[in-house]
Ligand binder design. Structure first.
Ligand code: COA
Length: 177
């Protein structure tokens, strides 16, 4: 796999447009590790959840995304559902920039906790969220969420809940995006 280092300023982070769900689905597919959901679901995300989603654009192409929502019954919690980057661009800080931009989206206003779930063997993702907690100077707690046996399909890994926070809005200034 060829790894590319692209200057930060050449990658634009912004909310998805309503017609970009298909492009987000393609990035999720190309990571090879994300649970790939239906294209329809990513189209709904781009249309209805753009305030809590971010895409990374390079030369008119979507190269990464972070998707999520605010938990309806716990509005202080932002749930980050998936973050994915085209393989050639992984490992150069774009994951941290995407999560930082996600936390600054309009739909994240006044949230104080970040949640996500991660499988035990996803080292890159675990390192990413630990780095975010460290840079926000707050806690990162790991607790059980979904056991492997909770999933109807065989072979699905467990998903552990990472809870990062509480953080204050001012702490977001410590993150680069
Ligand atoms: C997970 C993912 C989004 C991380 O983004 P990234 O751009 O590669 O990560 P970054 O370069 O921003 O690195 C963030 C931190 O993770 C660490 N890291 C990155 N890749 C790593 C790896 N493969 N193994 C261990 N640590 C890793 C970095 O060193 C950095 O930590 P630091 O600040 O303490 O040095 C990206 O690897 C990806 O798209 N993976 C496939 C999809 C996926 O698994 N998504 C997560 C589940 S939703």
């Amino acid at each position: 796999m060829i790894h590319e280092e692209i200057p930060d300023q050449d990658i634009r982070l912004r909310a998805p447009r309503p017609d970009e769900g298909g492009a987000i689905w393609e990035v999720a597919r190309d990571t090879g590790t994300l649970d790939l959901n239906s294209s329809y679901l990513y189209m709904l995300l781009a249309r209805d959840f753009a305030d809590t989603c971010v895409v990374a654009e390079h030369q008119d192409r979507i190269v990464g995304f972070a998707s999520g929502y605010r938990r309806p019954r716990h509005p202080e919690v932002l749930f980050l559902w998936q973050v994915g980057i085209r393989p050639a661009l992984q490992g150069h800080g774009l994951g941290k920039r995407l999560v930082a931009a996600f936390l600054r989206q309009p739909g994240a206003d006044r949230a104080s906790l970040l949640e996500t779930t991660i499988s035990p063997d996803n080292e890159a993702s675990r390192a990413l969220f630990r780095a975010i907690a460290r840079e926000l100077e707050t806690d990162c707690r790991v607790s059980p969420c979904f056991a492997a046996g909770d999933f109807p399909e065989p072979g699905h890994e467990a998903e552990e809940l990472f809870t990062i926070g509480p953080y204050r809005p001012g702490a977001l200034n410590r993150l680069i995006s």
